[in-house]
Design a binder for this molecule. Structure first.
Ligand code: DGL
Length: 284
């Protein structure tokens, strides 16, 4: 049994998981966190499930060896295909981002279908469809892969005409055809889940384009915030919440180019990023 004073381990394929760290630090400010971004191998979202599982095991074992008390898989793609293997292989509680997002989406959408924006890997895994089905027998899932948004976020290009057009093109999948030019289109979904760690950076843009396409606001669900609530619950249930009343520490490790990671990371994290260190994952 790990000590409640130990840090939480959080990992992602790169930068995007810092949006989950941000939500965790808002919700659980006393918890210390060790973050690992596997940016040498990003993106995970275009790779096969077997490769994603292998990469995920490497990241998880690295964090386990650093004495974390629980693991938060901040990557939707990993959460879609690797959670069961991680739980079987590691002697740690493991929490992902799909179930919390699906739960929130089910209540936001009512009986209407749920739109999910994610990577190719997440959408083709059907993980959101299965997760939503575990909460509701009524809600359907309409998935849309949005790989270009990952690249734009990595570039820090989250505002302006190019991301707006990309966002609009992807969101069009959630609307019926334009019956009368210039007039709102019928929405096929009751909410849209940001089913990728990078997409909270486009939240404002996504909300505006949804409004523009459909002529009314459509709720947007950020799985990062829901994940933080889930992590709080699992720490409470297991008596693993930190006894500290100090602000938790944050250590950040990457597998490549720490300086360039550092230069964009604060945008994801919402606070200054501590010194980023590079490490080598054992072959796997
Ligand atoms: N972290 C990934 C996810 O949430 C997005 C980036 C990638 O493709 O690796 O699905």
């Amino acid at each position: 049994m790990r000590s409640p004073a130990a840090p939480l381990g959080v990992f992602d394929s790169g930068l995007g998981g810092l949006t989950v760290v941000r939500a965790l630090r808002d919700r659980l400010p006393h918890e210390s966190i060790v973050y690992l971004g596997d940016n040498a191998r990003v993106p995970y979202g275009t790779r096969s499930p077997e490769t994603v599982i292998r990469y995920a095991l490497g990241c998880a074992r690295e964090l386990e060896s650093r004495g974390v008390k629980g693991l938060v898989v901040a990557c939707n793609t990993v959460s879609s295909v690797a959670l069961e293997v991680l739980r079987a292989e590691l002697d740690l509680p493991v929490s992902g981002v799909i179930l919390p997002g699906a739960r929130a989406a089910t209540s936001a959408a009512g009986d209407a279908p749920i739109g999910v924006l994610g990577t190719l890997g997440t959408i083709s895994s059907g993980a959101y469809t299965r997760a939503v089905a575990s909460f509701s027998s009524r809600s359907e899932v309409l998935g849309q892969a949005a790989p270009l948004l990952v690249a734009l976020a990595e570039e820090g290009w989250t505002e302006g005409e190019v991301p707006r057009l990309v966002v609009r093109r992807y969101l069009s999948a959630f609307f019926g055809p334009e019956e009368i030019p210039g007039l709102p289109r019928a929405s096929k979904v009751g909410c849209v889940v940001l089913g990728c760690t990078h997409f909270p950076l486009f939240r404002g843009l996504i909300e505006r384009e949804l409004y523009d396409l459909g002529g009314r606001g459509i709720p947007v669900v950020d799985s990062a915030v829901q994940t933080a609530l889930d992590v709080e619950a699992f720490l409470d249930e297991r008596g693993l919440g930190t006894p500290s009343r100090e602000r938790g520490t944050l250590e950040v490790f990457v597998t490549d180019m720490p300086k360039s990671f550092e230069s964009v990371a604060s945008r994801f994290l919402g606070e200054a990023v501590p010194t980023v260190e590079q490490l080598d994952l054992r072959a796997g």
